[in-house]
Design a protein around this ligand. Structure first.
Ligand code: GLU
Length: 474
């Protein structure tokens, strides 16, 4: 059975690149009826952010790619605990085993010594690698601070087949005698990840390219411990349009920021999936459930994936457009509350959504981008007024308001007929009234179809706004 894991370090809020990693893991598990685990890698105690785990869980729940096993599940599962800081004795046991087998050694180098080595040798000079074992044990037993390092063999070629990048080769001479257990008794990422991936029976490790250089160390640890390694797939970096690693400077990088802007989880996930994966066709719009049916690591590209904000917006728009009006309306109340506006009555909101759907890419566009559906305009767009409001407009608009007051029906068709009739009677083209009426009821020059808009706004609102506009605009 395929078992994969998302293994974030709680050193910050969930990043869009992290969500992509989680998504690919999730998709592979779903495709093959496997399990998707969440493991918290919190061994770097200096970089912990207190609410990071909650943030990660909350965002995975929002995205609906929640783990089947591990942190966040109740019960967590049979391979737990899934939080590394709760597994210290397990790592200690394996570190001791490696010590005993002569595949690791104690190192007593002080911080000053290490700094000096970095300066003069560009890294650790392996000075404790051949240190007397009995002596080292004595010093350790006496309580002297030390770390445990793995003994990386000299002059070996470390190779593996990456499911995304193909055959990868490292020279062991380029690999440090990596620390596996720190002086505080915590493992480093390398030991903890290998031990856990083995004990949790992970079959595929799917992670970001930044971990590629760790993989030769991991392969050695698997060999030292006598275990079969999982398959590896290293995902390409996410870059900006200039080809540089995506950073805060390019815009938003945390999932929260996209939620706050009103992206749909489906839109964001679709966009993230296409950052490095395609099904071999040009299909752009995907639901997660459709991707689950076809996702394959063979179709993940090794080249850097460009994060194009316009494309994200465009894809989100496609998802919004495909939704039922009622389903969109259900998501909107929180956006009214956020904007400090009362939540409109539901039937009304559904009708507004129907009119505005084509013009909105994000959820709050239905609120801020359509404010005239909820409030009388406070002002009239000046450029439009200059261009569209003629000396005779006030009189025409006032007359139209009177007609609307008395109009027997209130459908878009009747509204349009009434407007055209009036224009004809006054020897004017319809445009002489269409533009001023739009400006008068909405305060702006663009929007959905005018007569549909009047129909939704209703008689009382239209008449009131038009009379007010005729008074204010000169
Ligand atoms: N804890 C690592 C991270 O924060 C996970 C690397 C891995 O998946 O092995 O990205």
């Amino acid at each position: 059975m395929i078992r994969v894991r998302f293994a974030p370090s709680p050193t910050g809020y969930l990043h869009v690149g992290g969500l992509r990693t989680a998504l690919y893991n999730y998709l592979l598990a779903r495709r093959h009826g496997g399990k998707f685990l969440l493991r918290v890698e919190d061994t770097d105690r200096t970089r912990l952010v207190p609410d990071a785990v909650d943030n990660i869980l909350d965002n995975l729940r929002w995205a609906d790619i929640y783990p089947d096993e591990g942190v966040g599940c109740q019960p967590e599962g049979e391979h737990g605990p899934y939080t590394q800081s709760q597994r210290l004795p397990i790592y200690r046991k394996y570190a001791d085993q490696l010590l005993e087998a002569g595949l690791a050694y104690r190192c007593f180098a002080t911080a000053e010594e290490l700094a000096e080595m970095r300066q003069n040798h560009g890294g650790y000079d392996r000075r404790y690698r051949d240190y007397d074992v009995a002596e080292a044990k004595k010093r350790a037993d006496a309580g002297e601070a030390h770390v445990i390092r793995m003994k990386v063999p000299v002059g070996e070629s470390l190779e593996f087949d990456d499911l995304v990048r193909g055959h990868v080769r490292f020279d062991s001479n380029q690999v440090d005698d990596q620390v596996i257990l720190k002086s505080d008794g915590f493992p480093t990422y390398h030991l903890a990840a290998v031990v856990d991936d083995h004990e949790m029976e992970i079959t595929h490790v799917i992670r970001g390219e930044e971990w590629l250089t760790s993989t030769p160390k991991h392969l050695l640890l698997y060999r030292f411990l006598g275990w079969t390694p999982p398959r590896f797939a290293h995902l390409s970096l996410v870059v900006n349009i200039q080809g540089k690693k995506l950073s805060k400077r390019d815009g938003d990088v945390s999932v929260n920021e996209y939620r706050e802007q009103g992206y749909l989880p489906a839109g964001l996930l679709n966009f993230l999936a296409l950052l490095g994966w395609s099904n071999g066709d040009n299909r752009e719009v995907w639901s997660v459930s459709d991707m689950e049916k076809v996702f394959a690591l063979e179709r993940v590209h090794p080249s850097p994936a460009v994060f194009d904000f316009d494309k994200l917006r465009h894809i989100n728009q496609q998802h919004l457009f495909a939704m039922e009006d009622t389903a969109i309306a259900d998501l909107l109340p929180e956006w009214f509350t956020k904007a400090g506006l009362p939540v409109p009555e539901r039937d009304y909101l559904v009708r507004v959504v129907g009119l505005m759907k084509q013009r909105c890419s994000l959820l709050p566009d239905f609120v801020g981008g359509a404010s005239y559906f909820y409030q009388d305009p406070e002002s009239f767009d000046e450029t439009t007024a200059r261009k569209r409001w003629k000396p005779e407009s006030g009189e025409l608009v006032r007359e139209f308001a009177d007609r609307l007051q008395a109009l027997p029906g209130w459908t878009a068709v009747e509204l349009e007929a009434s407007l055209r009739e009036l224009c004809e009677a006054r020897g004017q083209g319809a445009a002489a009234l269409i533009h001023p009426v739009r400006l008068g009821v909405s305060g702006v020059g663009g929007g959905p179809g005018l007569f549909e808009m009047l129909e939704v706004l209703g008689r009382e609102v239209c008449v009131r706004r038009l009379r007010k506009a005729a008074e204010v605009l000169k």
